[in-house]
Design a binder for this molecule. Structure first.
Ligand code: G6P
Length: 610
């Protein structure tokens, strides 16, 4: 999604703005822009379609400098990714605005403003905001009052950065429905869509709350809540370091994040298991009371997080003996589901800012779900703040659009939930002990799975010129096949589908020939023999198999088949380990195809609009 940055300081802020945009670029990246008030007191702007580095070159070329400024990376929603649609938008050389979110009543406002004589230079929903602010300033309000008045007339979601030549040292920011942090340093202040954008300049942050408006100058800031009252907000010290978002020795963030999984999982487990048991306090002081009442679980999520939820359903029913349903948040929020008593709503999200997941949670609360748990990677995100219970995945910042370490840590977190609920529903201590032991061994098992990297790299050549691929799995590994297919399609642009292997005969078998690689995950479990039969059906029809199998498993798939062995693993945690080779496969295929791996076309890391 779009990302915004803003700064007010006693030095040139352009390098800070550009660096911040680069750090936010993973959220959306079809165009970028920045505007400052320069030494002559004039709004000076640079905008460019494409990447931030193009904006950087333009800013250098036109000698853009100023002590106060705002900046934006755009992921187009209303209007194409052109220069004129790129932010900041300016009204009559007096006010400039950057915006993340969607203004739902923009058509109505646009009509009204056109009648008032305002000229539109873009197709965006954002431009109505800058005109509306100007309109209020024109009626005598100062910039703060004008922003306060204008946001009351907006419907939808926004995080805003606003500057005006009438108040040259004042940066106004406002948020509703879109994330925004205020960064605090010595006589300099910053705003951004997330903490990672500002880490090189400060570690101190305020997470602005829903409806907050802040008035920021070099000598301090004032925050007003949605009712206009002055409020104090807590200052947080971030533990992120700039290195966490640097590439280091890796060529792509995705590869770096794949390799970070053993460490990320160690972090997810840290302090949460002990003596063969999950420590319930990990879910918060109120968790035990809430879990005692839970009779069913409903999971909502989007994209990769949804696949983690699907694995969770298999586990919750088979291990914890508790009924569970799972669905994509964009469907749930409008479906009018029937709520059973004492059902726990669980949201899964890397960012905690996915608009559909947040809206789904709010809808669940409205419908009367018992209580809510967020499994999330970003502390203080909207989802975290809205939930009764929270379990942080602690994967660290994930920059690659294609989620990897966030996914496997979600699975680990999900298993912790399964165990604490399971012990209330007849699961034995022995089962818990065994699974905890498996969890403890996961980092090492993943290290071993990563050793397949070179072989997978060689195999990926076979995929790079194909147009389609099929992924197969059964049981809790069926969602892993889905995730493998999603990874391949999103970064290599090869059409990939996943099927529960038992469904093969009901349609996809018709597609099988030598041009469609078929990837399967084959852990050693009670479904293995059935999976093997499904694989025979593929090879008998000339399909080329790529099977990732447990070392203890003997799979035959015809002369052309490639069988890759993954360290022997217990069935309970197999989905976590089998995710790794599929991530590597997608990565290497995309590498050969030369796609933009960390920022695949048309996709965004965090989808903060509907
Ligand atoms: C986008 C990202 C995916 C992610 C999904 C859900 O589509 O590109 O990688 O899985 O959003 O995001 P969340 O932050 O809620 O997990």
């Amino acid at each position: 999604m779009c990302g915004i940055v803003g700064a007010v300081a006693n030095r040139d802020v352009v390098p800070i703005l550009i660096d911040g945009l680069k750090r936010l670029e993973y959220r959306g990246y079809d165009s970028a822009g920045t505007a400052v008030i320069n030494g002559a007191g004039v709004i000076h702007r640079a905008r460019k379609p494409g990447k931030v580095k193009e904006l950087e070159a333009e800013a250098e070329k036109i000698k853009l400098h100023g002590n106060i400024g705002i900046a934006h990376t755009r992921w187009a929603t209303h209007g194409k990714p052109t220069q004129s649609n790129a932010h900041p938008h300016i009204c009559r050389d007096k006010v400039a605005v950057v915006h993340n979110g969607i203004i739902e009543n923009h058509e109505e406002l646009r009509e009204q403003q056109k009648k008032q004589g305002y000229e539109f230079t873009s197709e965006t929903d954002t431009e109505v905001i800058v005109h509306q602010i100007f309109h209020h300033m024109d009626q005598g309000e100062d910039i703060l009052e004008a922003v306060k008045s204008a946001v009351k007339e907006l419907e939808g979601a926004y995080a805003l950065g606003v500057i005006s030549i009438d108040d040259r040292d004042r940066l106004i920011t406002a948020r509703r429905g879109s994330p925004l942090v205020l960064g605090i340093a010595d006589h300099e202040y910053f705003i951004a869509s997330d903490v990672a954008a500002l880490i090189p300049v400060t570690k101190k942050f305020i997470f602005l709350e829903e409806g907050d408006i802040a008035d920021i100058k070099t000598d301090g800031f004032t925050i007003y809540d949605m009712d206009g009252n002055r409020v104090e907000r807590k200052i947080h010290e971030s533990k992120l370091n700039a290195d966490a978002v640097e590439l280091g020795k890796y060529s792509h963030y995705m590869l770096k994040e794949i390799y970070e999984q053993p460490l990320a999982i160690t972090e997810t487990l840290e302090g949460r298991i002990s003596n063969g048991k999950v420590l319930e306090a990990a879910f918060g002081p109120e968790a035990a009371g809430i879990f005692d009442k839970v009779q069913g679980v409903h999971i909502i999520a989007c994209g990769t997080s949804y696949h983690a939820g699907m694995v969770g359903r298999y586990w919750l029913e088979s291990i914890a003996n508790i009924p569970c349903s799972v669905e994509v948040a964009s469907e749930f929020r409008y479906r009018k589901p029937v709520v059973r008593k004492n059902q726990l709503i669980v949201t899964l999200s890397q960012s905690g800012e996915t608009a559909d997941t947040i809206a789904g949670l709010l809808e669940a609360k409205r419908l009367g779900f018992g209580s809510s748990l967020a499994i999330c990677n970003v502390p203080e995100s909207s989802l975290v703040r809205e939930s009764d219970l929270v379990l942080m995945t602690r994967a660290g910042p994930e920059i690659g659009v294609a989620s990897t370490k966030a996914f496997t840590t979600q699975l680990v977190a999900m298993m912790l939930l399964v165990l604490v609920l399971g012990r209330r529903h007849g699961m034995t201590d022995e089962t818990e002990r065994n699974i905890v032991t498996e969890l403890e061994q996961l980092p090492r098992k993943i290290e071993n799975a990563l050793l397949l990297d070179d072989v997978i790299k060689q195999l990926s050549v076979y995929f790079a010129d194909k147009h389609n691929a099929l992924f197969l799995g059964r049981g809790a590994n069926y969602p892993i096949a889905m995730e493998g297919a999603l990874k391949l399609k999103e970064i290599s642009y090869i059409h990939a589908e996943a099927y529960a292997a038992g469904e093969l005969k009901h349609g996809p078998l018709a597609l099988i020939d030598a041009t469609i690689p078929v990837v399967a995950v084959a852990p050693n479990n009670e479904l293995l023999e059935k999976l093997k039969s499904n694989l025979q059906e593929v090879s008998a029809r000339g399909g080329r198999l790529f099977v990732f199998a447990d070392t203890s498993v003997d799979v035959k798939g015809g002369e052309d088949a490639h069988i890759l062995h993954v360290d022997s693993i217990h069935d309970s945690v197999a989905p976590i380990v089998f995710s790794i080779p599929l991530q590597l496969l997608a990565y290497h295929v995309a590498l050969i195809k030369g796609t933009d791996i960390d920022k695949p076309r048309n996709l965004a890391k965090s989808v903060t609009v509907e």
